[in-house]
Design a protein around this ligand. Structure first.
Ligand code: NAD
Ligand code: DAU
Length: 361
C-alpha cells in the first residue's frame, strides 16, 4: 500500500489507537483520526505520536455530517476505517440509547457522507477507494459446545443491544455496497486483548482488580467461552483486508483461541503470581462468582479459514505469548491504569457490580 491519506474513526479507543499507532509507526501515510472522546477514548493512548506529522487528531462525532464532510473534502482519503462505536455489552444492557445513536445512526451518517464523497471522485480513484467497517463476531449470536465456529455465511442472530446495533450497522454497510456500489469491506473479529484495553472489559478488569486486592468478578459459573485475539494481530488483519480484500466481502478474524472465562482468569492469576507475587497466597483467592449477565452468550468461536486462505493472514501471537505480554504491559503502565480508573469509571463500577452483590468502586 502506498503512502496516502486515510481517515480512521474511533482511533483514540482500544483497538483504534493500536491501529493508528502501528500505521504511523510503519510510515504508511497520513492518518486523520476522528474521535468523539467518549469515556472510552483517551488521548494518552496516542501520546507517542501526538507530535508526528503523519497523525492529525480531530475531535468530532461520526454522526456529525458537517464535520465528516469537511474532513473528507479537505483530506481526500483513499480509505475510511470505521472503529468508532459504543463497545461494551454490559453498558448496552444498562443504557442502549448511545449504542443506537453511534453504532446505527452514526454509521449511517458516516456512510452517507462517504457515499457523496466517493461518488464525486474520478472513476479510477472511485475504484481504488475503500470503506472498511470494523465489526464483531457477536452479530452471529451464541454457539453451543458442539456447533462449528462462525463462518462468514452464518446468519445474523444478535442477542444484546450492543450486538444488535453492530448487526444493524453491518447491514447498512452491505446495503451501500449492493445498492450504490460503494467499495466496502466488513471485518467480524473475535474478542481482542492487549495494551490500552479499557478496564471495564474482563481481562484488564481482572488484572487491575487483582493488583488492587479487589474481588475478581466472574459472571455466572465462568463456563462461557470467548475466542481471544491479540490486538496487534487484529490490526494486521485489518491492514491486510484493506490492501487486498474484495469490495463487498466480509472477513472473519480470529486466532483459534477458545477459552472459558474461568481458564482466562486462572491464566491471569497464575501469570501475576509469577510476575508480581503476593505476600501470601495466590491471586486466585480473589476470584468471586457474581450474578450472570442477562442474555449472556454461551460461546463465540471464529472460523478464520477465509482470511487465512484468501489473504494469507495469520496471527503472530498465541494466547500464551499475547496474554503474558499484556499482563506485563499493565504492570508497566500503572499510571495509565490509575488515570483511566478515576472519575466516570467509579460510577460504572457501582452501577454494574452493586446489583451483582459486589462493591468494586
Ligand atoms: P472502545 O470502546 O475502546 O473505543 C471506541 C472509540 O470510539 C473511543 O475512542 C470512542 O471515543 C470512540 N467513539 C465512540 N462514539 C463515537 C462517535 N459517535 N464518534 C466518534 N468516535 C466515537 O472500542 P474498541 O474495543 O476499541 O472497539 C473498536 C471497534 O471494534 C468497535 O466497532 C467494536 O465494535 C469493534 N470490535 C471490538 C472488539 C473487542 O474485543 N474490543 C472485537 C471485535 C470488534
Ligand atoms: O466478541 C467480540 C466482542 O468482545 C466485542 O465486540 C466487544 O466490543 C467486546 O467488549 C467483547 O465483548 P464481551 O462481552 O465478550 O467482552 P467482556 O470483556 O465484557 O466479557 C468477556 C467475558 O467475560 C464475557 O463472557 C463476560 C465475562 N465477564 C465480563 C466482565 C466485565 C465476567 O465474567 N466478569 C466481568 O466483570
Amino acid at each position: 500500500m502506498g503512502k496516502k491519506t486515510i481517515i480512521v474513526t474511533g482511533g483514540a479507543g482500544f483497538i483504534g489507537s493500536n491501529f493508528v499507532n502501528a500505521w504511523v509507526g510503519k510510515a504508511l501515510g497520513k492518518v486523520i483520526n476522528l474521535d468523539k472522546l467518549t469515556y472510552a477514548g483517551n488521548m494518552e493512548n496516542l501520546a507517542g505520536i501526538s507530535q508526528h506529522p503523519d497523525h492529525v487528531f480531530v475531535h468530532a462525532d461520526i454522526a456529525d455530517r458537517t464535520a465528516v464532510k469537511a474532513l473528507l473534502d479537505t483530506h481526500q482519503p483513499f480509505a475510511v476505517v470505521n472503529f468508532a462505536a459504543e463497545s461494551h455489552v454490559d453498558r448496552s444492557i444498562h443504557a442502549p440509547d448511545a449504542f443506537i445513536q453511534t453504532n446505527v445512526v452514526g454509521t449511517f451518517n458516516l456512510l452517507e457522507e462517504v457515499r457523496a464523497y466517493w461518488q464525486a471522485l474520478p472513476v479510477d480513484a472511485q475504484s481504488q477507494f475503500r470503506f472498511l467497517h470494523v465489526s464483531t463476531d457477536e452479530v452471529y449470536g451464541s454457539l453451543s459446545a458442539s456447533d462449528p465456529a462462525f463462518k462468514e455465511s452464518n446468519t445474523y442472530q444478535p442477542n444484546s443491544p450492543y450486538s444488535a446495533s453492530k448487526a444493524a450497522s453491518d447491514h447498512l454497510v452491505r446495503a451501500y455496497h449492493h445498492t450504490y456500489g460503494l467499495p466496502t469491506l466488513t471485518t467480524n473479529c473475535s474478542n481482542n486483548y492487549g495494551p490500552y484495553h479499557f478496564p471495564e472489559k474482563l481481562i484488564p478488569l481482572v488484572i487491575h482488580n487483582a493488583l488492587s486486592g479487589k474481588p475478581l468478578p466472574i459472571y455466572g459459573n465462568g463456563s462461557n467461552i470467548r475466542d481471544w485475539l491479540y490486538v496487534e494481530d487484529h490490526c494486521s488483519a485489518i491492514r491486510e483486508v484493506l490492501a487486498r480484500g474484495i469490495p463487498g466481502e466480509t472477513y472473519n478474524i480470529g486466532g483459534w483461541n477458545e477459552k472459558t472465562n474461568l481458564e482466562v482468569v486462572h491464566t491471569l492469576c497464575d501469570i501475576l503470581d509469577q510476575e508480581r507475587p503476593k505476600a501470601q497466597g495466590s491471586y486466585r483467592d480473589q476470584m468471586t462468582f457474581v450474578k450472570d449477565r442477562p442474555g449472556h452468550d454461551a460461546r463465540y468461536a471464529i472460523d478464520a479459514t477465509k482470511i487465512e486462505q484468501e489473504l494469507g493472514w495469520k496471527p503472530e501471537e498465541t494466547f500464551e505469548t499475547g496474554i503474558r505480554k499484556t499482563v506485563r504491559w499493565y504492570l508497566e503502565h500503572a499510571e495509565w491504569v490509575a488515570r483511566v480508573t478515576s472519575g466516570e469509571y467509579q460510577h460504572w463500577l457501582s452501577k454494574n457490580y452493586h446489583e451483582r452483590g459486589e462493591e468494586l468502586a
